[in-house]
Design a protein around this ligand. Structure first.
Ligand code: DX5
Ligand code: ZN
Length: 215
């Protein structure tokens, strides 16, 4: 599946770009929430989710890159998120926060940045619906993928199969038409794409390549 990130959309034409994602092969809409503290940049809050919710039937895949996700989980759930992903590095009591997302009836995701090992999230894996592996240091779109992160996808895929866990593996950062096959082969279920999708000369074609429909 492909989840284009609205971080690379035109914020002054967000409605148009939401429809553009649906019309050009997007399966989910990735919503990058940044607070200028956990990551250097600032994007938007729950109002963005509330405003785009009526414009699409695609699931809204919210990625909270914020220092205190507990403060915002309820707002994002009420606004209409389908997936809410929080960062392991931002919390001590991750178990409680994941449970909170699930109690609100939403799918819960856990994410790790490139310097965090898979071993740190092992205890939480039975509880989550999604694991988001960052393959760039979060904060900006358009960066180059850090290739060593691919090993983490393989590891997570092995753990999932060995234990019959149900999480989707999502990969975020520097995904493009040249490396997407490798990312899928490593075990990724969802490829997130910001710049490669939005700056492609033919985004529908780029989407099909990234999803493995076209070579
Ligand atoms: C980075 C964000 C990504 C970003 C990906 O902090 O979490 O979702 O939008 O953008 P590209 O595909 O351009 O690396
Ligand atoms: Zn993201």
């Amino acid at each position: 599946m492909l989840a284009p990130s609205i971080l690379s959309a035109d914020f002054s034409n967000m409605g148009r770009d939401i429809r553009f994602i649906a019309e050009n092969g997007g399966d989910l809409i990735h919503v990058d929430v940044m607070d200028g503290s956990f990551v250097p940049d600032i994007t938007f809050g729950a109002k963005m989710v509330r405003d785009i919710r009526p414009l699409t039937e695609l699931p809204l895949d919210v990625h909270l890159m914020v220092t205190d996700p507990d403060r915002f989980i309820e707002d994002f759930a009420e606004a209409g998120s389908d997936y809410i992903t929080i960062h392991m590095e931002s919390l001590v009591h991750v178990n409680r926060s994941i449970q909170k997302i699930k109690d609100l009836g939403k799918k819960a995701g856990i994410s790790i940045v490139p310097s965090t090992p898979v071993s740190l999230i092992e205890e939480i894996l039975p509880m989550v619906d999604l694991v988001l592996i960052m393959t760039v240091n979060p904060g900006f779109g358009g960066q180059k993928m850090i290739p060593s992160c691919l090993n983490k996808i393989k590891k997570l895929d092995e753990i999932k199969k060995a234990n019959s866990y149900n999480y989707l593996i999502s990969v975020d950062g520097g995904v493009n038409t040249s490396n997407s096959a490798e990312v899928r082969d490593a075990g990724a279920d969802i490829l997130i794409s910001g710049s490669a999708f939005f700056s492609a000369s033919d985004p529908a074609n780029a989407a099909e390549i990234m999803k493995g429909i076209l070579k």
